[in-house]
Unconditional design. Structure first.
Lengths: 462, 361
């Protein structure tokens, strides 16, 4: 699932032959529920971790040479056949010419780790999109023999080459999916899904805005997808956008559509993981009272009789970095592309100038916080005075801080300009940069320290 | 390939290492077990060898053999003039490739763990080069490399003297030969680092000696460079990618060594990596074949003409100094002149160009 489409698309209007009928954008307020398709959750998981819904990738022979002796890392249950030999974020498939391929799956972004364990559905807050992907993509060509494997590699490499300029973030950990989705839309005829070497639409900006990858287990409560609430209607058609990289025909999209009805069923069946450590029940009870008084109106209530208001809060009210939402509502050509495409059947892109107050199930596992990953811990989220302007994780897989509910990080006295070198700069989260701001959502500032401690204890129970 | 590299490669987007291909004409009595005839076999064999250690360069020791490494080479090239001002290019290269993981224990004096390839050429400007290629083995003293250091293939050799201050190159064939003395440059070599190989490029050697061409001895002097690598694999085009490497002496501007991988079938994103002195010279280098620089030689098409653009340079063109033919392995190597309007005289900039795995016609 490529979360958060329809953002980052300011700029010139393209010479697009798409309809110019007035667009209806979303507005702050309650997001309406729409009927969703049913599916088989178990089958959805099988599809998710085994099938080629991304239909282009690296020929298996080349992959095996490149990976020779390499560790496949943690394994997931239910991996069938060749998939069982691959890292969990890659699937095996066969293309129309019989070439065995290794392709990406959803878990590179949606299979984060907590304490070393892969949690399907947890956003990966450590994926590194800050490097140019093309040297790696092109170098695979050294390992590909002539004939059908070469054609398969070229197809994949050309697709990645087309979107690579739009997917390189300037910071490790944040995700560029919205921008690269729009770059893919720019290269496709919305009616036929044919790939166009020359883009049909003006591409998005080359500097993607940063987004956090939201956890899948929230989907069971949400009426609309994406932080701006613009993913309304049939959620399957947003979840399958991952396949836009290589799906060139309506017939292929229809097949993936059927698969993803089941994948969606799996996603909405997911429950948040349980806090893996002890909880001070008395303190948590105090925290629940604080939560009810200060948070529940937007984020809902929890327990057996849970409620969730599906509220989209205006930018003025929430005050967080507006760049992502504003670009979404200005991304007119991509909204039109979606709504007029196969993916727009039963779905309508309707981003709003605001942000959805998300359900907070398992929120302790989803650091960093806000839609752009700009705040490293819940403790900092609840006290805007202590939010660091410049920070970075202490390593590529840092330990977890149970007191603040965030990954261990260090606060810096300089941004990227003060970095030792380019590699160092990539690890620094600099909240002064466009779209990376950590302001807003200051609702916790009125709390006392004791109330914040209690609230943090309660959040562990969600 | 690292996990991070793979992740990048598949997040719709990695880093496969530069693979290797070495000229290898198999003989039926090389090594033990099944001869490693196929590239896959060479890959498997190479994978059993260590990657080169990250250690500072040591001279002259690093001129010497690296027997623990899967492969290595010594590549000398130079541009010299005779007393009448006529310009010549020359090169002499030695390659070693391991063909058996362990020292061979077999009741044959021909048994070997390494094979050697060597080639040399002497090229008067604008004329076809004179030269030869040889293949041999480190058995019966036919070929070898010592820590002396001396490297030899039959009677071709290079030898180090005076604690590395002087190198002597010697090779000969029916219609050509060279015997050249190289004096050490004042500046240090430039280190070459890669995941799979290491080494150095050392331009600026002062050359003095004799070329033999068509039975005539020609005293010459000029400049030379040495490129030396060792490791688990050596850089070469393979699969769907061709490799172009250029070693350029740009006079007052400095020296520049670039390697570029590009798709054989065209398209894609050429990958260019350069080192230089001064280091800033390598920033943002664009190296591209010229439209009229492609030549059909034998079964393949080679881009023999190139343009070089860099922020600190006026656009330069690279054209062959002589008229070298493809090598037996399908690659091409030759000396080039470099300039805004390149001419082959002793005042022009010059360099070496190597092409491998360029497409068949």
């Amino acid at each position: 699932m490529l979360a958060g489409a329809f953002t980052a698309a300011c700029g010139q209007q393209a010479d697009a032959p798409l309809t110019d009928a007035p667009l209806t954008l979303g507005e702050p307020g309650v997001l309406p529920a729409t009927p969703q398709r049913s599916g088989d959750a178990a089958l959805g998981y099988e599809i998710l971790v085994n099938r080629g819904y991304v239909s282009c990738g690296v020929p298996l022979d080349a992959y095996q040479v490149a990976r020779s002796g390499g560790d496949a890392g943690p394994a997931l249950p239910g991996r069938l056949g060749r998939n069982a030999e691959l890292p969990y974020d890659l699937n095996a498939t066969v293309d129309d010419n019989g070439v065995e391929l290794v392709v990406s799956n959803c878990l590179a972004c949606h299979g984060g780790r907590f304490d070393g364990e892969v949690i399907v559905g947890l956003g990966n807050a450590f994926a590194d999109f800050s490097m140019d992907p093309m040297p790696g993509v092109e170098r695979f060509g050294l390992l590909v023999e002539d004939g059908a494997p070469a054609a398969a590699w070229r197809r994949w490499a050309d697709r990645i080459g087309a979107i690579a300029p739009y997917m390189q973030t300037d910071t490790v950990g944040v995700n560029p999916a919205p921008n690269l989705t729009m770059a893919l839309m720019a290269h496709r005829d919305p009616r036929t899904l044919e790939w166009l070497e020359e883009p049909l639409l003006a591409p998005p900006p080359e500097s993607p805005l940063p987004t956090a990858v939201p956890p899948w287990w929230r989907m069971q409560k949400k009426h609309a997808m994406f932080y701006h609430g613009g993913g309304q209607g049939d959620q399957v058609h947003y979840m399958m956008l991952k396949s836009l990289v290589c799906t060139d025909r309506i017939e292929e999209a229809q097949a993936i559509d059927e698969w993803f009805a089941h994948v969606r069923a799996y996603i909405v069946s997911l429950e948040a993981p349980e806090w893996p450590h002890a909880v001070d029940a008395e303190l948590a009870a105090d925290g629940e009272a604080v939560f009810t008084a200060h948070c529940a109106a937007c984020h809902g209530t929890y327990g057996a009789e849970w409620t969730y208001p599906n509220l989209l809060v205006s930018l003025e009210q929430v005050g967080t970095d507006p760049a992502y939402a504003l670009q979404a509502v200005e991304a007119e050509r991509f909204i039109r592309w979606f709504n007029s495409s196969f993916y727009g059947e039963g779905a309508v892109a309707r981003p709003a100038p605001g942000y959805v107050a998300p359900p907070l199930d398992g929120v302790w596992a989803t650091a960093p916080y806000l839609h752009n990953d700009s705040v490293p811990s819940i403790a900092a989220l609840l006290d805007s005075e202590v939010r660091p302007t410049y920070w970075r994780h202490t390593s590529e897989s840092p330990g977890y801080d149970q007191a603040t509910l965030g990954w261990h990080h260090e606060v810096l006295d300089h941004g990227k300009e003060g970095a030792r070198n380019a590699e160092d700069a990539r690890t620094i989260y600099d909240t002064t940069r466009h779209g990376y701001g950590n302001r807003g959502h200051t609702f916790g500032d009125v709390l006392s320290d004791a109330e914040r401690r209690a609230l943090i204890e309660y959040l562990k129970t969600l | 390939m690292s996990k991070r590299g793979l992740l990048l490669a598949f997040l719709v987007v990695g880093g496969a290492a530069l693979a290797m291909r070495m000229l290898y004409e198999p003989a039926d009595d090389v090594g033990v077990g099944p001869p490693q005839l196929a590239l896959e076999g060479i890959d498997r064999l190479a994978a059993g060898f260590p990657r080169p250690e990250e250690a500072p360069l040591r001279m002259p020791e690093d001129h010497g053999a690296k027997p623990g490494q899967f492969a290595e080479y010594w590549l000398f090239g130079g541009r010299v003039t005779d007393g009448a001002g006529s310009v010549y290019g020359f090169h002499l290269a030695f390659y070693r490739l391991t063909v058996a993981e362990e020292p061979v224990e077999r009741d044959s004096a021909w048994a070997t763990q390494n094979i050697y390839q060597a080639r040399f050429s002497v090229a008067p400007v604008g004329a076809s080069p004179h030269g030869e290629e040889r293949l041999s083995r480190d058995a019966l003293g036919l070929a070898g490399a010592s820590s002396g250091p001396t490297v030899w293939v039959e009677d071709w050799r290079f030898t180090t003297f005076e604690d590395g201050a002087v190198l002597l190159l010697e090779s000969g064939a029916a219609d050509a030969g060279l015997k050249l003395r190289l004096g050490r440059p004042g500046e240090d070599p430039l280190p070459v680092d890669s995941e799979l190989y290491r080494g150095y490029w050392w331009p600026g050697w002062q050359v003095e000696g004799v070329l033999e061409i068509g039975g005539e001895s020609v005293p010459v002097q000029g400049d030379a460079m040495l490129d030396r690598l060792w490791g688990q694999a050596l850089p070469v085009g393979r699969g769907q990618l061709a490799l172009a490497r250029a070693w350029l002496d740009l006079g007052e501007k400095g020296v520049l060594r670039c390697a570029q991988l590009r798709r054989r079938a065209g398209g894609g994103t050429p990958l260019t990596e350069c080192i230089s002195r001064p280091s800033s010279l390598a920033d943002d280098v664009v190296l591209a074949p010229t439209n009229d620089g492609w030549r059909e030689l034998g079964a393949a098409r080679y881009p023999l003409g190139w343009t070089l653009d860099a922020p600190s340079l006026e656009t330069r063109r690279l054209v062959p100094l002589g008229d070298p033919r493809p090598q037996a392995d399908g690659g091409w190597f030759g000396l080039v002149t470099v300039g805004e309007e390149p001419v082959a005289d002793d005042a022009s900039d010059w360099g070496m160009l190597e092409l491998s795995n360029f497409p068949l016609r």
